[in-house]
Design a protein around this ligand. Sequence first.
Ligand SMILES: NC(=O)C1=CN([C@@H]2O[C@H](COP(=O)(O)OP(=O)(O)OC[C@H]3O[C@@H](n4cnc5c(N)ncnc54)[C@H](OP(=O)(O)O)[C@@H]3O)[C@@H](O)[C@H]2O)C=CC1
Ligand SMILES: CC(=O)C(=O)O
Ligand SMILES: [Mg+2]
Length: 752
Amino acid sequence: MSDEVTNQFSEREALLFHSEGRPGKIEIVASKPMATQRDLALAYSPGVAVPVQRIAEDASCAYDYTAKGNLVAVISNGTAILGLGNLGALASKPVMEGKAVLFKRFADVDSIDLEVATEDVDAFVNCVALLEPSFGGINLEDIKAPECFIIEQALRERMNIPVFHDDQHGTAIIVAAGLINACLLTRRRLDEVKVVVNGAGAAAIACTELIKAMGVRHDNVLICDRTGVIHQGREGVNQWQSAHAAVTDRRTLTEALHGADVFLGLSAAGALKPEMVTDMAPAPIIFAMANPEPEIRPELARAARPDAIIATGRSDYPNQVNNVLGFPYVFRGALDVRATTINDEMKIAAAHAIADLARQRVPEEVAVAYGVRHSFGPDYIIPAPFDPRLMEIVPAAVARAAMASGVATKPIDDMDAYRQRLRERLNPTTSVLTLAYEGARARPKRVIFAEAEEEVVLRAAIALKEGGLGVPVLVGRDDVYDRLRALGVEQPEEYELHNSRNSPLVPRMVEFLYDRLQRRGFLKRDVERMINQDRNTFGAVLLQLGHGDAMITGITRTYAHTMRDLKRVIDPEPGRVPFGIHLLVGRSHTVFIADTTVNERPSAEELADIAERTAQVARRMGHEPRVAFLSYSTFGNPEGKWLDNIRGAVGVLDARGVEFEYEGEMAPDVALNPRQLANYPFARLSGPANVLVMPGLQSANISAKLLRELGGDDTIGPMLVGMEKPVQIAPMTSTASELVTLAVLAAGGIAR
Ligand SMILES: NC(=O)C1=CN([C@@H]2O[C@H](COP(=O)(O)OP(=O)(O)OC[C@H]3O[C@@H](n4cnc5c(N)ncnc54)[C@H](OP(=O)(O)O)[C@@H]3O)[C@@H](O)[C@H]2O)C=CC1
Ligand SMILES: CC(=O)C(=O)O
Ligand SMILES: [Mg+2]
């Protein structure tokens, strides 16, 4: 894959992503406290002996006392890594780690990758079968055909937990979902469509089997491999292929495609040529699913057939037909009912659930992120992988089918409650952040980096540009180009650079700033000096004059200094106090803390404003706000002289009649711990607070920084809220990816 091949990132960025910090993409963290001698005695010897004995007496107890029930192994021998071929077990590890994190990200399934270094079928099967006690399910991945069929069959017979070859069945489920919808749009019936499948390996055979099980006729399917059409009488085909051999005199892919309605590509990059699709039926359906490079690029297919419905396996084109839409949710449903297997009924239920979802109205957040009004149509036949509804709908459909087909050993009684639990499993912040990135990609904004002489800032600018997330506007001296080159950028001149020493914009900038500051004690030459020498002033004036949509700074100066510089150029929003919010993002919760950066002793009115504004940000990020005004005191105990502003803020919100929950004053343990909160039955919070409004800057800033340095959760921010223009002051210790996140949040209007 060369730099030109991907338009979202370069090879260098892909390698850096994998090597930066802790190499690879996964780590294992303990789910129980491990702090004290007592914790250790419970977690390990002697405490651990108790569950050991219980499990020895009753194997099903393993689901109660260990992680088995939510743990899936992603296992490969690396013989068919994506469409890259047989590159061995070790080389497959990045893909398998990737699948493991997708399990977690999309369906909260814990997963570990296991690479098994053998091409010997029996050795592989023995190795995997012996692992049964460890896992709740086995996801086989990137094992080439025909060995994958033998391996899967043998493991399904030997193991009493779900064994699922993702490239076969995960792919087949998504292909079936996409095909159902593409046929609906083109008014075709499954029992009439003529299908050509290119590739006759794991994915291709399984897709063929599933679409036939759903109604596509045997005689209407032609399968091709590199030799051409698999027809009856052809030598050298295996038993899985010969089951689909057609009675036909067509021999090549070109001949097979003559008049065909559907092309399903599960072969290799570039296998489909534009001239081959010209001969397909009207409104052809073309799924080019080889990864990472499809059988044909959509732009080539579109040029040859403007009337086609086109899908690929990639995320950077519409209609991503990729098994990531399936395997996390299929396993979620199977694990939740403790299914002994994943059968055809469960696969077909998943395919219909995914297809149905694409036909429903698209939620606002998904539509906004993609920059279009997504509604069912040729460019939207299948939901986007980030669609938060997948988590609720697909596992529920799979679980129901498992129960109906008799393979669920722990049926679910209350499906509504189950769906609610599924909704709660994922932290909406993760979806919102993902969607914010997608939104930035769909509508890239111009982001001013005021401190472009800093390496970390340049790395953020490179990531923003190469990731297609925005257009960096750099402020710095001309040697910034040399620095970009040193960081591996081949054509630094493509970056917009503003140097105050030679920028033609300077006279206009001086005019603008002098106009603002002449009655605030500044001479014209003071203003000229500020524009020429102060990068924050220069960057902020660029923002004011419309040369960027958002600005990021903060790496070289303290927050207070930077804020002072910015306020000379940019006003707060009328009637608002600017302030800072830190986000603590955990696996299933987010806590917003404010004001962590600006106001030393906010008045009651200001605290109420901060609460209202932070509640809006929380809502924008998918959380129903529950605001706690924090103090050392809870409802008057102990009494103290600093409580008036906090009580006043509660009174201000009462008078304003706001539509979110708030309460105070209260100590943090009361705000966050339901058992403590229960001591105050009159308190108006229906659950633990997720917006913590601090009484003053000291406590707020100290808490946020302590949590950033010591806390287990991810920290985002501070996000500066309440300025007239989107400007963000990053912590001086920010990494490049933290700067990119702030840039995306600022430019996308989430941090405001
Ligand atoms: N979008 C998605 O979700 C998924 C996509 N895929 C993609 O499908 C492809 C196949 O994967 P998988 O089935 O696991 O691999 P296998 O190794 O099991 O099968 C590969 C098949 O592709 C055939 N093939 C290779 N090159 C060509 C060609 N130029 N023309 C026709 N046939 C060709 C091979 O035929 P021969 O025997 O003649 O070499 C073989 O039948 C990969 O590109 C993979 O990335 C797979 C799973 C999911
Ligand atoms: C998506 C996938 O599993 C593959 O291309 O192999
Ligand atoms: Mg695969």
